[in-house]
Design a protein around this ligand. Sequence first.
Ligand code: SF4
Length: 463
Amino acid sequence: MADFIDAFVIGEAEEVALELLGSFEECKRSKVSKQETLLKLSQIPGVYVPSLYDIIYAQGGSITRIIPAMQDVPPFVIKRIVPILPPHPTHLIVPNIETVHDRLSIEIMRGCTRGCRFCHAGIVNRPVRQRPVSEILQIIEDGLASTGYEEIGLLSLSSSDHTQILELTRAVYEKFHDRRIFVSLPSLRIASFSVELMDELRDLRPGGGFTLAPEAASPRMQAIINKPLDNTVIEETVRMIFEHGWLSLKLYYMIGLPGETLEDVQAIVDAGKRVLAIGRQIRGNRVRVHLSVGNFIPKPHTPFQWYPLNSMDELQTKLDLLKTGVYRTGIKLSYNIPETTLLEAWLSRGDRRLGRVIHRAWQLGAKFDAWGENDNMPFWRQAFTDCGLDPDFYAYRQRAVEETLPWDHIHTGVTKKHLLRELEFSQAGKTSPDCRQQCYACGILNTFGDKRPVSPLVYWGCP
Ligand code: SF4
């Protein structure tokens, strides 16, 4: 892809946009060449100009080095961040057809301190920065007035970790309960506190289900991914959800995680059955339990970036086990098709040579790949062949920790040393608690320390 795009902004574009446009305008005015313009843009921190980096490949196809092609080009592109979240847009385009997430979506917090080891967003969006309650209320007020929406979503990677979340939900209720708007509060932690939060909003959103994301069901896998959950807490939370009136509960899990066995997958089925039994005990047969199972893809910039993807056969065996396990239990199961996962893995783990593959696949007819009725895989395989590349090299290869990865010159602020430490902890079955309790010096403060004093502690989560 990088072959086809002249310049990217890495990180939060809010801060870079004006600099970028100013610089571009100046180049246009002084009529400098495209090459000179790109060189100038590459000097702006956070702007990545792929053509100004040379990639040196080893014989087997892996990368040996990524080096600036010219003297003034920085060796790493460090992502940009804003110390305080900028004003939230409130005058939005309202679609005149029904769309997914057709509501006023408000980002209440950015980043996450939980450190789940599979999570790309949790790493690349560090540090945590949150909006104060008064600002969020104003955004809701202005956004509803300008769009006419009757539903809002209070979004973040882990909403119950907003330090003023209870105050926020109470204030939202007080201010908007007579307008009968719907409020969704996704990404809640598995804890009774989350049920209390949803209770605060209860009158605002009649009906609706409750969603939790344990991601793994066995204690062993939970330690590996760094999302430990006490079974008693899970059961207590589930009990509370049904006792407080909800009838439907959706649980997100993943399969294909590093070191996963069939017992770990069976544990997902067992967890679903336990939840259903608790629900039925409290609310009878009207209770609905939905297991939504995604296939894990090792993502760049995470502690799991070196792992291979599970083979299609392995994923299929695990899916078959889930399907058999929930058969005739009343549990709804949804899952991803393994081949779609494979395509996603190529795209998320590839290097710049993948740009040619994407272009070729498109020429051959690959369009709307996510639509179930389109079987585009033959086009993709043909495209790899035409470009002289091996698809398995990208998806199924365990990468050595010494290997230069295609994204190593893009710096998120979190160091490779931190990722490796988390990888080692994972392999030893050790967990790392929330970094709001204990800072692990992941690199964020070293990289962005100069911005830290601008932001009061209540807005920026690092110590
Ligand atoms: S610097 Fe410390 S507190 Fe901040 S994100 Fe990194 S580990 Fe967490």
